[in-house]
Design a protein around this ligand. Structure first.
Ligand code: ADP
Ligand code: MG
Length: 249
């Protein structure tokens, strides 16, 4: 087994921990700008957390760091017990593949491939082929997101909400310990947004995957376990259990 596939026993229940994380763009140039100014944050397994904040406050930058798509300029980022600063790009890619499911605001599906093929792509990229098990799981997930009839449809033949549900099935295909979703419902109507949110919520409950979701929708944020607010690259507020789920309509 690869190091990234084996949970580190020292990791306890914390899936993600940031200490003093900073991010600057255009480092070493006259327009160097720091957009994250020392972020401290921990996310436990089973947690379902909303990240809110004004446009430009650094939410996507923070998610991209957590998703190992970019590296911090300073600070420590520990995922599933692995101190990511010590890992080379190959090890980071492996850790990302085994541990993280990322859902983008724009779904990033490949237009030439069917819904099923898009969900299988992460397995194909890593192993060169998708096994029968991979395929069975992909079919099951697509059925779960209400797309059993759309397996062989290409993204262009699907509505925006359906495309986003394919992207979520893709993110969940390898049962990630950590789900990062950057405004996954930002382009959706209320009904589709609710369906996408509930899908992530049920996966979090059933598999104990920690989930961090960026949202502008106060209705959805209120249904998370915790709300973290980012302003100008700093965490300015945290709210625990803003609303008990059972009290919601
Ligand atoms: P949010 O997702 O909260 O809207 P972002 O993380 O996208 O915020 O952006 C935070 C700040 O970082 C913004 O000022 C943005 O212009 C800047 N920024 C984001 N990505 C880059 C980049 N690749 N190069 C330079 N500046 C960037
Ligand atoms: Mg953003």
């Amino acid at each position: 087994m690869s190091a990234a596939a084996t949970p580190n026993p020292a990791a306890d229940d914390t899936v993600l921990r940031l200490r003093g994380v900073r991010k600057s763009y255009n480092v070493g140039t006259p327009v160097e700008t720091e957009v994250l100014h020392g972020i401290d944050l921990a996310l436990g397994a089973h947690e379902f957390v909303a990240l809110i904040g004004p446009s430009g406050s650094g939410k996507s930058t923070l998610l991209n760091l957590m998703g190992l798509l970019e590296r911090p300029t300073a600070g420590q980022l520990v995922i599933d017990g692995h101190d990511t600063g010590a890992l080379d790009d190959t090890a980071l890619t492996r850790l990302r593949g085994h541990t993280i499911g990322f859902v983008f605001q724009y779904h990033h599906l490949l237009p030439a491939f069917t819904a099923l093929e898009n969900v299988l792509l992460p397995s194909i990229i890593e192993h060169g082929v998708a096994t029968d098990d991979d395929e069975a799981r992909a079919v099951e997930l697509l059925a779960r997101v209400g797309l059993a009839q759309a397996l062989s449809k290409r993204p262009g033949e699907l509505s925006g909400g359906m495309q986003q549900r394919v992207a979520i099935a893709r993110a969940l295909a390898r049962s990630p310990r950590l789900i990062l979703a950057d405004e996954p419902t930002g382009n959706l109507d209320t009904a589709s947004a609710d369906a996408v949110f509930e899908l992530l919520r049920s996966f979090n409950r059933e598999h104990g995957s920690a989930c961090l979701i960026v949202t502008h929708d106060p209705r959805l944020a209120a249904r998370c376990d915790r709300i973290i607010e980012l302003v100008d690259g700093r965490i300015v507020g945290e709210q625990q259990h803003p609303t008990h789920p059972e009290t919601l309509p």
